[in-house]
Design a protein around this ligand. Structure first.
Ligand SMILES: Nc1nc(=O)c2c([nH]1)NC[C@@H]1CN(c3ccc(C(=O)N[C@@H](CCC(=O)O)C(=O)O)cc3)CN21
Ligand SMILES: CC(C)C(=O)C(=O)O
Ligand SMILES: [Mg+2]
Length: 264
């Protein structure tokens, strides 16, 4: 049965972990859908893993829409979440709405945007108009040039308090989910416990989030270059990609991933 926004919120409430992976094409869409991945994210990380850029900044709306169409054609159960890319939502709520229409027309069920305080008005605008929204705070890769690199966030008391307040404010503004990227596990656990309707999805944020996400090519161990601490190779000990994806889903579901080794 098709997973909906309310399915995910019920899973979070009942303590059933949500397994999310990025997906960019139709063949992997079949594999992930069949393996029980709850949410497929057409991430703007496609700029790195599909296109070979060194950041997500140059990715365009039409590129995310293209990959969303490819994934949507083969998905039967998984919820389809698409990233709003850097150039397509930061100017105004109206720009974000127009871009969300493009992504939802391509097959997305929900859109994701990066940022806390400065995104609240946009979140309210989208949700009021029928667009389910996922927030994304902590390490927000579209801000790599102001963050000064891909680094752990929320390490000082002040930064941790700011992230807690942003999560609560995003929930109040109407987001259904919040990705917490590269924040200390203890902080992510506190944020998760503080929310009542939104589900948290961690990437480098510890095991106590409501769910987990990784970039597909990272967990298959085929992405070249330096791996972040939160990446685990799920191909290890498996003889097929299908088995590796199932191992990831199982490890998220039974909370054996991530361990402290994959957290901050
Ligand atoms: N293939 C891929 N995987 C990703 O997870 C990913 C992308 N691409 N593209 C967009 C961003 C960039 N991401 C990254 C990239 C590197 C680190 C990293 O190396 N972090 C250091 C932390 C260093 C510190 O703060 O001390 C680490 O050791 O994990 C983290 C996130 C996450 N996202
Ligand atoms: C890593 C996830 C959360 C993401 O935003 C992406 O793949 O673009
Ligand atoms: Mg992204």
């Amino acid at each position: 049965m098709q997973i909906t926004t309310s399915t995910l919120q019920n899973m979070a409430k009942q303590g059933q972990k949500i397994a999310m992976l990025t997906c960019y094409d139709a063949t992997f869409s079949s594999v992930l859908d069949e393996a029980g991945v709850d949410v497929m994210l057409i991430g703007d990380s496609l700029g790195m893993v599909m296109q070979g850029h060194t950041s997500t900044i140059p990715v365009t709306l039409e590129e995310v829409a293209y990959h969303t169409r490819c994934v949507a054609r083969k998905a039967t159960r998984s919820l389809i979440l698409a990233d709003l890319p850097f150039g397509a939502y930061l100017e105004s709520p109206q720009q974000a709405m127009a871009s969300s229409v493009t992504l939802m027309s391509a097959g997305a069920h929900m859109v994701k945007l990066e940022g806390g305080e400065h995104m609240l008005e946009t979140v309210r605008f989208l949700v009021a108009r029928g667009v389910p929204v996922c927030g994304h705070i902590g390490l927000t890769p579209q801000s790599v040039n102001t963050l000064g690199g891909y680094k752990v966030q929320g390490k000082t008391d002040a930064a941790a308090e700011r992230l807690k307040a942003e999560a609560l404010a995003l929930e109040a503004a109407g987001v259904s989910m919040i990705v917490l990227e590269a924040v200390p596990a203890k902080l992510a656990a506190e944020i998760t416990a503080s929310l009542t309707t939104a589900a948290t999805i961690g990437i480098g944020a510890g095991v106590d989030c409501h769910g987990q996400v990784l970039v597909l090519q990272d967990m298959l161990d085929i992405y070249p270059g330096k791996k972040a601490r939160f990446v685990k190779n799920f191909m290890k000990g498996q003889s097929s990609i299908q088995a590796a994806v199932k191992a990831y889903v199982n490890a998220v579901k039974d909370a054996s991933f991530p361990t402290a080794e994959n957290s901050f």
